[in-house]
Design a protein around this ligand. Sequence first.
Ligand code: FES
Ligand code: FES
Length: 158
Amino acid sequence: MTRLPIRLTVNGEPAEVLAEPRTHLADLLRGELLLTGTHIGCEHGVCGACTVELDGAPARSCITHAGACDGATIRTIEGFGEDAVMAALREAFSAEHALQCGYCTPGMLVAARDIVLRLPGADEARVREELSGNLCRCTGYRGIVRAVMRVLEERRGR
Ligand code: FES
Ligand code: FES
């Protein structure tokens, strides 16, 4: 198969990789760029474990072809170090016991950050609905929902 150059900005840094255009973004991130914080679960767009930010919005990297990402800006869980919302979410996840094995957590955090920014007035029902595309086999979701609500409420209280 032909490998083509794919140019990306990943976590603020330019990256160029040679890949078959149909390579999945998750495999490219993990295998070529060694960004293994992006997890792979179902590999068909259902569980959300592989969620990354693609041009500013959450995307499932297991069903996104690398060839379609040429020129794109991507942020993986490793790339949110200085981000205030992500920092608040990390703290809230810890305080609310929102993770156990942690497998879903990178994708869950990327999705949660998007909810906090996009839906600042969201109530618990809306948060549950928005997170329904991210599967967690361990926690029963209560801690996760509490953590997201905690950050939303903190921000509303400012
Ligand atoms: S691994 Fe991508 S949605 Fe499950
Ligand atoms: S913490 Fe284990 S899958 Fe969510």
